[in-house]
Design a protein around this ligand. Structure first.
Ligand code: GLC
Length: 366
């Protein structure tokens, strides 16, 4: 039975409108440029002893273990850490653990810290900073998903940057090959500006590069078109490689989640948009997650929702309703998730007040 058949006609039309709207939106781009001065990046602590590799984890099992997660965003994917107002601290890892999260997603702008010419060497100090983050997550029993975020030059010119993209992954994979299986790689945040036909073979090439040193580590891969559900439908993964978890992002309705977002042109017009959680609102979310679950079943791939969240300019009651519905509905579909994000504009934790945004935390971890 196709998912459409279970809904009345009028609702179907509404879905189609919303889906075409979401498909037409390509507006995700970096957060607003910083207005704050750059705090110095602390000298990285070094953890020279690699943690034991441990047993490989089957992809479905690991996807389940990822459980509830949070993105440590606006730090390491800024051009330089601190430039977007956030520098990671050790206590954030404790907070994530105490808050009830099992997983940290770590957005990283590797491209700003690697040579522009072959062999595209990644800066050693930057690598140590990532070692530091991995060590702090791992020591606390947290999974950590290390991604590649905001490689904008690659998005605008994939063929020219293809070799560098692969070389960066080769180095990351080599460096972390002895880390435990709870360290997971995610190839590319929100590929865009290229079709699935272009992205799919590049992703497979990067995966093959990772496999030379990490034969069984689970790798997370999403589709073109900003990791949208539409993009997932066109994602092609190598059939024989079963250590892959597929991912997608969810920000629908976009005019609700991104109202007033400084990096989305025209979004002030959406200010005041509420999410009331009426049965139709919920059916739309549920319909989308049904699509994801169906893809997952047909392709025999576990799924991960790597980003979802509503910006702080939306009213808090609506944010709490939407966030809680999303988290529970994903769980109902056996999809683990990571909230976007910890301490900035979608903030789950108020760094200025040193306090959780309690209603949001409870929406995520009831
Ligand atoms: C994507 C973008 C990130 C943005 C978020 C929400 O992850 O890469 O920069 O803040 O979506 O719009």
């Amino acid at each position: 039975m196709t998912p459409y058949k279970s809904f009345p006609k009028l609702t179907t039309l509404l879905y189609l409108c919303i889906i075409s709207f979401v498909a037409a939106c390509n507006p995700l781009s970096p957060p607003p440029s910083p207005t704050m001065s750059t705090p110095p990046t602390p000298t990285p602590e070094i953890f020279p002893t690699p943690l034991s590799f441990g047993e490989p984890i089957e992809a479905f099992e690991q996807a389940e273990q990822l459980g509830r997660g949070v993105n440590f965003a606006n730090a390491l994917e800024a051009p330089n850490e601190g430039e977007w107002g956030l520098t990671l601290e050790e206590r954030y890892f404790d907070l994530a653990k105490e808050g009830g999260f099992a997983t940290i997603r770590l957005p990283v702008r590797w491209s700003a810290h690697a040579e522009v010419q072959a062999p595209y060497t990644i800066d050693e100090n930057f690598f140590r900073r990532i070692d530091w983050a991995i060590a702090h997550a791992t020591r606390r029993g947290l999974n950590i998903v290390v991604n590649m975020h905001h490689y904008e030059e690659f998005m605008s010119n994939p063929e020219e940057h293809r070799a560098r993209f692969i070389a960066i992954w080769t180095q990351i994979a080599e460096r972390y090959q002895n880390q435990p299986a709870t360290v997971v790689f995610e190839l590319c945040n929100e590929p865009n500006g290229m079709s699935a036909n272009r992205w799919n073979p590049i992703a497979q090439e990067a995966l093959a590069a990772v496999r030379t040193t990490n034969p069984t580590r689970n790798v997370i891969i999403g589709g073109a078109d900003w990791n949208s559900i539409q993009g997932l439908m066109d994602l092609k993964l190598p059939e024989a490689d079963r250590h892959v978890i597929a991912t997608f992002h969810y920000y629908s309705p976009f005019e609700f989640t991104h109202q007033g977002a400084e990096w989305v042109k025209g979004s002030e017009a959406w200010l005041g948009t509420e999410w009331l959680g009426k049965s139709n609102d919920k059916s739309v979310v549920n319909y989308h997650l049904d699509q994801v679950a169906q893809w997952s079943e047909e392709n025999r791939r576990p799924m991960w929702l790597g980003e979802f969240g509503a910006y702080s300019k939306a009213d808090m009651d609506s944010r709490v309703r939407w966030t809680s519905y999303l988290a529970r509905d994903a769980e109902k579909h056996h999809i683990s998730w990571a909230y976007w994000e910890f301490g900035a504009g979608f903030g789950l934790y108020d760094l200025a007040q040193n306090a959780w945004n309690q209603p949001l935390l409870e929406a995520l971890v009831p």
